[in-house]
Write a protein that binds this ligand. Structure first.
Ligand SMILES: [Fe+2]
Length: 546
């Protein structure tokens, strides 16, 4: 069975293709269009489809639109109840109309597609599928979805048995953890539906002084849902403009909301565990990108193990919708092998890009050894290898790498990227060495979706990656799955005694992650990066011109 999944309705348009139970391709439109998040998150952009991503998915599999058995669209306009509180009255009707016509928009974007094969999959069922059906738990697990909103709800708590979803609770709008967090994001001067992770980073700079108020206004209920009463943020901290001064008051507000979100999620998870009796928990929805909350759920919650979809935001619903349709057809699906589901280029194609740019490059015997040497010399390396990542995290395919042994590399990388100085950078570590330095979060942790406590004896050895609260968002690298990155780490360890390097996404502030070789060259050309390792080739900033 050949199923194309499509996310288009809110933000982060993306496409994914599942063929005979195998996830062949998945990519976000922003990586093609070079427009961060693909489009503006407004109701009147609901018609905009991940056209380029969808066409590429088909091309990757050698399929034509007419070959598809189904297109799974991750929103069901038939579930929208006009008048439901919390829906944007001015625009909701327009969004619904656009969604209803999605089959025709899709047939227009993908000539030859039969609009009758388009299936609407409820938004939160698609999120659930992206994690419950993609996790390595063989189809049996509890599932928690939490985001801004779907059709009429903002959450789903359920269980998969034999790849079948049973829903136990949903929380209807206007109550929404995701929307509350988005509002706070905007109040603090950041971009809503985009910069929520900055609020999470900011939260670690203060104490949650407003926790009592937050507990009064925001709490889990006995039916598996929750209440979020409106909170007037201005009484707690002044509204901040994008370039306004960041004060302690802002950090205290961020901390208060963050800690309360963690507490409420823990309550929801405990309810879900009691209700399902499952051993494993899977999570998705934008709230599941909150790695601080995820770690508390892992460390303090009742489940034995927790798996989070790396594309936990709406982009992941493209994959989840497709997996849901496959499961409904009783076709066995294979768990997601990794997040490297995007585009890749052959060595010859990469060489073509380098030759055309007329820059000097070399082909060392082993690019991993060359990069490890540069990192040991405290150089910053742009790393472009293999298939790009699905989801917002760089996981060793499109990364900026640096030496974690020097504290000033945090500031240096934030300057390379042109982003705020309070933002942490993350370590990448050999999986079998991770437990020596990291604690509390899960190990292995291949998708950078949890934070870990850095063990005291390591804090001074890898200061660049230790956040102000003593944590790090570690990504563990399994040599069997990521042999090239593992070789960089092993060689860097041999040279420095540190089996850890700094890994942050290969992009500059406000731009999508680098995807193709030209993006890589543009990013390298415009940012003070010392070395670009692209496929087997190395480009050095010194002596750049051919
Ligand atoms: Fe969502």
């Amino acid at each position: 069975m050949r199923v194309l999944g499509i996310n288009a309705i809110f933000h982060d348009p993306a496409a994914a293709l599942v063929v005979d139970g195998e996830i062949v391709a998945a990519a976000e439109e922003e990586r093609f269009s070079r427009r961060k998040h693909g489009k503006r998150p407004v109701p009147f952009s609901a018609w905009e489809l991940p056209e380029q991503a969808a066409r590429w998915c088909l091309k990757r599999a050698g399929l034509e639109p007419g070959d598809l058995d189904a297109v799974a669209y991750s929103y069901d306009p038939n579930l929208v109840e006009p008048g439901q509180q919390g829906l944007d009255e001015r625009w909701e009707d327009l969004r619904t109309q656009y969604a209803r016509r999605a089959p025709y928009f899709l047939a227009n974007a993908l000539p030859g597609l039969d609009p009758d094969v388009v299936r609407f999959v409820p938004h939160h069922v698609a999120h659930a599928g992206s994690t419950g059906l993609a996790a390595p738990f063989d189809g049996d697990c509890a599932v928690l979805v939490s985001d801004g909103r779907g059709e009429c709800a903002s959450h789903l708590a359920g269980s998969y048995r034999g790849h079948r979803l049973e829903t136990f609770a949903t929380q209807r709008l206007p109550h929404s953890i995701g929307l509350m967090y988005e509002e706070l994001t905007e109040h603090l001067g950041f971009l809503r539906s985009s910069d929520e992770y900055k609020v999470m980073a900011l939260a670690s700079y203060a104490k949650p002084v407003h926790l009592d108020l937050m507990r009064e206004q925001f709490y889990a209920t006995e039916d598996g849902g929750f209440v979020v009463n409106p909170i007037d943020w201005t009484t707690l901290a002044k509204r901040r403009s994008a370039d306004g001064e960041m004060t302690q008051e802002h950090a205290e507000l961020a901390a208060s909301v963050q800690v309360r979100v963690e507490e409420v999620l823990l309550d929801l998870v405990r309810w879900l565990h009691e209700r399902t009796g499952q051993r494993w928990l899977t999570m998705a929805g934008g709230v599941a990108l909150n790695c601080v909350a995820n770690t508390r759920i892992f460390a303090e919650g009742p489940f034995e193990d927790v798996w989070v979809q790396p594309a936990a935001g709406d982009a992941g619903t493209a994959l989840g919708a497709a997996l849901h349709v496959v499961a409904e057809a009783n076709e066995p699906a294979v768990a997601m092998p990794g997040a490297d589901l995007g585009r890749e280029w052959t060595d010859e194609e990469i060489r073509g890009y380098l030759d055309r740019a007329k820059i000097r490059y070399s082909e060392p015997d082993d690019v991993a050894v060359e990069v490890a040497k540069a990192l040991a010399d405290d150089q910053v390396v742009a790393w472009f290898q293999g298939r790009s990542e699905y989801g917002p995290r760089a996981l060793g395919r499109r990364s900026l790498l640096a030496n974690p042994g020097f504290a000033e590399n945090l500031q240096r990388l934030n300057e390379v990227k042109g982003r705020e100085q309070f933002r942490p950078i993350a370590p990448m570590v050999l999986a079998d060495r991770a437990a020596e330095m990291f604690d509390r979060g899960p190990i292995p942790s291949p998708y950078m979706l949890f934070v870990h406590d850095v063990r005291p004896e390591w804090k001074d050895r890898i200061p660049a990656v230790v956040h102000v609260d003593g944590t790090a968002r570690a990504q563990t690298v399994d040599p069997a799955r990521e042999p090239l990155v593992a070789r960089v780490l092993a060689e860097f360890d041999r040279l420095t005694g540190l089996p850890v390097v700094v890994n942050t996404s290969l992009n500059t502030a406000g731009r999508p992650m680098v995807d193709d070789p030209r993006d890589a060259l543009e990013c390298f050309g415009s940012a003070p990066v010392d070395l670009l390792a692209i496929g087997p080739y190395v480009v050095r900033r010194s002596g750049l011109a051919a």
